[in-house]
Ligand binder design. Structure first.
Ligand code: CP
Ligand code: NVA
Length: 312
């Protein structure tokens, strides 16, 4: 019996498998730039379940399936029985009998775990309150393209100990770098994620101290999807945690600025940083497409299963 592989967090893949996905993504990106597409996923369907908004994730997964000769289905709670209370377990059994791979963006990590438990096909976490692993594939790919491999380097995370922060922590362990997380009191990362990655993560209160000599400076919105009611309180709590040009000066002179987007200029990042020369945010966004194509190919067809000559 073939074992179904899921991608509910970065921890579902070994470091070697993660590198295979990134190397393949770089190869696929070059092929697209040459105008070459293979049809590795011809007649295959990706179901995309979105319980939260998205620009990048939807456009990248849907376009990726088209480029690989397959099809993507957009499913929202409003348009499916999921929104009318059909159990996740039943939805998983039904949907996974028809499609080849499922992508889910939702609130609770337990929802994607329950879906995966009852699914016959691979399930991909396209953002939960706990993790955003697809973004980290694109971010690692961008880092490699810009500066080479990340082993032994330092990243500073400035702001909320949220889903992106958790995925950066997992990435630190799996890709072999160190993460300095500067979070205000009350907004620390999940202690379980901290404990798992304790050898690769240091918690700071002072972002200036955390940013010293960092190779990558990264941040995210102060109020994630689902936290709209907390916006005012969060703006106060995160005062002093904006990534500014002065903070970038403390990092390495060749440091990159990264942000998963959407960004709020004047809040978590100053406009001159995100729009400045050290920012690679548009490459990160584009690389969602290439990295997820490589991920879907690996999960559906197999890791390392492609043959370079398949590229027509
Ligand atoms: N970074 C990211 O996941 O963007 P979207 O919310 O637009 O999908
Ligand atoms: N932390 C943000 C990331 C958006 C891509 C959120 O969950 O809303």
């Amino acid at each position: 019996m073939t074992v179904v592989r899921h991608f509910l967090s970065l921890n579902d893949l070994s470091a070697a498998e993660l590198w295979q996905v990134i190397d393949r993504a770089i190869e696929m990106k070059a092929a697209v730039k040459r105008g070459q597409f293979d049809e590795a996923l011809k007649n295959r369907t990706l179901a995309m379940i979105f319980e939260k908004s998205s620009t990048r994730t939807r456009v990248s997964f849907e376009t990726g399936m088209t480029q690989m000769g397959g099809h993507a289905l957009f499913l929202s709670p409003e348009s499916t029985q999921l929104g009318r209370g059909e159990p996740v377990e039943d939805s998983a059994r039904v949907i996974s009998r028809m499609v080849d791979v499922v992508m889910i963006r939702t609130f609770e990590q337990s929802m994607v775990e329950r879906f995966a438990e009852y699914s016959r096909v691979p399930v991909i976490n396209a953002l939960t309150d706990q993790f955003h692993p697809c973004q980290l594939l694109a971010d690692m790919m961008t880092w490699v393209e810009q500066r080479g491999r990340p082993e032994g380097k330092t990243v500073v995370w400035v702001g909320d100990g949220n889903n992106m922060c958790h995925s950066w922590m997992n990435a630190a362990r799996l890709f072999g770098f160190h993460l300095n997380a500067a979070c205000p009191e009350g907004y620390d990362p999940d202690p379980e994620v901290m404990a798992l990655n304790k050898d690769n993560v240091t918690l700071f209160r002072d972002p200036a101290e955390a940013a010293k000599a960092a190779d990558v400076v990264t941040t995210d919105t102060w109020a994630s999807m689902g936290q709209e009611d907390e916006k005012q309180a969060r703006m106060q709590a995160f005062d002093g945690y904006q990534v500014t040009e002065a903070m970038m000066q403390l990092a390495d002179k060749d440091a990159l600025f990264m942000h998963c987007l959407p960004a709020y200029r004047g809040m978590e990042v100053a406009a001159d940083v995100i729009d400045g020369p050290q920012s690679v945010v548009w490459d990160e966004a584009e690389n969602r497409l290439h990295a997820q194509k490589a991920l879907v190919e690996a999960l559906v067809i197999g890791f390392g299963a492609h043959k370079p000559e398949q590229l027509a």
